[in-house]
Write a protein that binds this ligand. Structure first.
Ligand code: CTP
Ligand SMILES: C[C@](O)(CO)[C@H](O)COP(=O)(O)O
Length: 237
């Protein structure tokens, strides 16, 4: 499931950032191509920003991406887009990988590791250690001050794909969307929903990559372009 339903407010382009062209293709096409080429993937469903599904259809047709079976409008938040993605799937048990379309540098190795891990685990996340010291900021007398420095050896940064047995992620989301309090404390990723609503399901971790960045801020467009060109053996002039 490629989650591409956002508007890219922080990047601040006139169109959603997943349609920005870098290293010869739109960001969403780079992401589609990685999953299309992955032998473990049977089917790709794209959740796209309302008003832009035809643009994705054009990209898919022009690029001949045969695994893309559905292009569906996303929701108002990331979790609502995931909820819609789950509704677009059937009832038969399967492995579901939920990936941010704006992480075009996901490596085939990560997809392989995730699918392999789903043979023995019902929920899997991709994570990397934190190279920065992370602390909790609290209000101070003149702005914020450091409240608590967290133990970095135990901290990880969450990436995507986030992967689940369909029955697990569906159950977690059904409970979340039935909870009147869910909207007031939204989850920032799918693992957060599983952790909150199915805490008995362990979420196994596989190593991510420093290159698997999420294009979030304007500078990320340049960094992603550079990394994509390097990966393709075409460094910038
Ligand atoms: N309603 C939404 C919001 C986000 N996403 C997707 O979730 C991924 C990660 O989200 P983020 O980087 O926050 O993207 P945006 O929401 O577009 O960015 P911003 O918050 O700056 O507007 C992106 O691929 C984005 O398209 C989605 O499918 N549906
Ligand atoms: C899912 C995610 O990419 C994991 O790091 C992240 O939580 C998405 O956050 P955003 O608020 O949509 O940028």
């Amino acid at each position: 499931m490629l989650l591409a339903g956002g508007v890219g407010q922080r990047v601040g382009l006139a169109t959603p950032k997943q349609l920005a062209e870098i290293a010869g293709k739109t960001i969403i096409e780079h992401s589609i191509a990685v999953f299309e080429d992955a032998p473990e993937i049977d089917e790709i469903v794209v959740l796209m920003t309302p008003g832009y599904t035809d643009r994705v259809r054009e990209i898919v047709e022009k690029g001949g991406y045969r695994k893309v079976t559905k292009i569906v409008e996303g929701g108002a938040s990331r979790t609502e887009s995931t909820w819609r993605a789950l509704q677009a799937l059937g009832t038969e048990e399967c492995d579901v990988l939920l990936h941010d379309a704006v992480r075009p540098l996901v490596e085939p190795r990560i997809i392989t590791d995730c699918v392999r891990a789903l043979r023995t685990h019902r929920a899997v996340n991709v994570a990397i250690p934190s190279s920065d010291t992370v602390f909790v900021a609290v209000p101070g007398p003149d702005g914020e001050v450091i409240g608590e420095v967290l133990d970095r050896s135990r901290l990880r940064r969450s990436q995507t794909p986030q992967c689940f047995k369909l029955s697990v992620i569906r159950e977690a989301y059904e409970r979340a969307f039935a909870d009147p309090g869910f909207g007031s404390r939204p989850a920032t990723d799918d693992c957060g929903v599983v952790l909150r609503y199915l805490p008995e399901v362990p979420i196994h971790l596989v190593p991510g990559s420093e290159h698997n960045i999420k294009v979030t801020h304007p500078a990320d467009l340049q960094i992603a372009e550079l990394l994509l060109r390097l990966a393709a053996g075409r460094p910038m002039a």
